[in-house]
Design a protein around this ligand. Structure first.
Ligand code: FAD
Length: 518
């Protein structure tokens, strides 16, 4: 069976057991990438159960250094999560709920450690929200069965997507492999099931005795980042001021975006020098805000109270949040796409280049293509890159440089504060034309045209590539090609490392040959 079916079947098999187990001591909520109190489905269920039984709720977050090599690769992301845990711990403490945080050496030890903690706390009920990566789904399926054999229950529920994976099928009964019909069906499904946008209340206050009973858990500190994931002092200060952590920061950002920007989102969202998008991705990726809350809040600002009509900015923004659901559905249905494989097998045989100098120039923002360099420097500095630029640099890496897209995908995860396995893989698959519903391989972005179209006055380039500050609005997009070579040579700005036209021809043949032999 597929991993999600395996988990659902484990849940079904043990449903009776879950109903009949007595609640003795505490109920536990296991936080993963759902680091918030509000609108958190599993947390709300756990809290209700605790209230009904008159027992305390304990929250825990367990992490292994191996997580830092898998999903949480970027130091800036690790720092954000640790800061978020501080906020969460304080919010829960105000409700007399402890948040216990522990680091275990290996990921595979987590289930046993949880069982031990449950024994220690005398708890028989564990709650968590579902994560859709294969390893997590399989681990949770095993845990549901193992805990059941030990007289305990584990309730795992859908939460992170607005529409859970598995709900939308095409007319022929299959998972959609194309976004547009999938999106139509996503909207229709929500309109027919408005409870999908239900708001889950924050947890109830614990009985006051919990403070004494679980004193050690209240006192447990949030660990430091491992040495290889620590931010420098300056980076830390910058990240803390640009990316305030925790769910209050997330909801403030959503409100501000809906008050000030959402109306003009459809016209501004492609202009990287403009602050026209929500910058909520870090919060959605860490679970400091729920996608339900995002969609519900935006919809409620729409006079029509619909997802697919009325204000154009609101409609388009909701359709972007839907992409996040789309890629999680893809992850569940075709898990192999996130295991370094192209969606269509015939794309496996493209002869990628492994030119390390080119890769280094791309990473460092020194390709001689100003828009690419500006974007890569934005990523390095802020841990974030505008969506339009993500597409430009991903296309440049995979088509102009013909470098293996998986190297770019990995580099993004190592640097993004919003690194999300499914969305990142989806974005790379789209741009490198190897994913589900990709850009056709023969559509190759011309970096110069992209630059002129989306950064017409060169404001974004000037901000991130100060060497080009003095150039006029024409020169700035292609300094060496537009007679400004002497001016920029002095600044040390590099010549283009490749010729776009030649690269375009090379990419077209490489894709064609690869597909033909695949
Ligand atoms: P907004 O425009 O305000 O959109 C709102 C939310 O919708 C975003 O926060 C995000 O959660 C979701 N969203 C928007 N566009 C997309 C999209 N194309 N795919 C999936 N979700 C989307 N997004 C990530 O969250 N994590 C990643 O690791 C990531 N890697 C990417 C890699 C590439 C090569 C590409 C092309 C895109 C990637 N994206 C990723 C998608 C998108 O670029 C970011 O979500 C967006 O730039 C975040 O800015 P925002 O919050 O202001 O977005």
């Amino acid at each position: 069976p597929r991993p999600m079916e395996e988990l659902l079947s484990a849940l079904e098999d043990t449903a009776e057991n879950r109903r009949t187990i007595d609640v003795k001591d505490a109920i536990i909520h296991w936080f993963k990438m759902d680091l918030r109190c509000n609108d958190n489905r599993a947390l709300a269920l756990a809290s209700e159960k605790a209230k009904e039984a008159g027992v305390p709720l304990i929250c825990m977050y367990i992490v292994s250094p191996q997580d830092f090599e898998a999903h949480l690769r970027a130091p800036i992301r690790v720092d954000f999560i640790l800061r978020t845990l501080e906020v969460l711990k304080a919010d829960l403490a105000a409700l007399d709920i402890p948040l216990y945080v522990e680091t275990v050496e290996k990921r595979k030890h987590i289930p046993d450690r949880i069982l031990e903690l449950m024994e220690q706390w005398g708890s028989r009920h564990l709650f968590a929200n579902m994560e859709y990566e294969v390893d997590e789904l399989r681990r949770e399926a095993t845990m549901v069965r193992d805990l059941s054999e030990n007289g305990k229950s584990f309730e795992v529920v859908h939460d992170t997507c607005v529409v859970p994976p598995g709900q939308l099928q095409s007319g022929s009964g299959n998972q959609y492999a194309v976004y547009t019909p999938w999106y139509r069906s996503w909207v229709a499904h929500i309109h027919a099931n408005l409870d999908l946008l239900e708001l889950f209340e924050p947890p109830n206050k614990n009985p006051s005795s919990a403070k004494k009973q679980y004193k050690d858990l209240f006192d447990c500190p949030i660990p430091d980042a491992p040495p290889n994931k620590q931010l420098g002092k300056k980076e830390k200060e910058r990240s803390h001021s640009v990316w305030p952590a925790g769910e209050h920061a997330a909801s403030d950002r959503l409100d501000k975006f809906c008050d000030e920007k959402i109306g003009s989102y459809s016209s501004q969202r492609n202009i990287p020098s403009d602050d026209g998008t929500s910058c909520l991705s870090v919060h959605l990726a860490s679970g400091t805000i729920s996608s339900r809350t995002c969609v519900r809040t935006a919809r409620d600002r729409n006079k029509t109270k619909r997802l697919d009509g009325g204000n154009e900015g609101i409609r388009v923004w909701i359709s972007e949040v839907a992409w996040r659901d789309f890629y999680k559905h893809v992850l569940v249905h075709w898990p192999y796409v996130c295991m370094n494989k192209p969606f269509k097998p015939e794309y496996s045989n493209i002869s990628w280049s492994y030119d390390e100098d080119h890769f280094k120039a791309w990473c460092e923002g020194r390709t001689g293509f100003p828009i690419v360099d500006a974007a890569m420097r934005q990523l390095k500095y802020l841990g974030y890159m505008h969506n339009r630029c993500r597409m430009i640099v991903a296309s440049f890496l995979s088509k102009d440089l013909l470098l293996d897209w998986r190297k770019g995908e990995r580099y993004f995860m190592e640097n993004l504060i919003d690194g999300d396995f499914a969305s990142n893989n989806g974005g790379w698959g789209f741009s490198a034309s190897v994913g589900v519903d990709p850009q056709p391989y023969f559509r190759i972005f011309n970096p110069l045209l992209q630059s002129e179209k989306f950064d017409p006055d060169g404001d974004y380039i000037r901000k991130w590539v100060p060497e080009l500050k003095a150039l006029n609005n024409t020169e700035i997009h292609d300094p060496y090609g537009r007679g400004a070579g002497n001016k920029v040579k002095k600044t040390g700005y590099p010549q283009p490392i490749v010729n776009h036209k030649d690269c375009r021809d090379r990419a077209l043949s490489a894709y064609k040959d690869g597909i033909a032999s695949g």
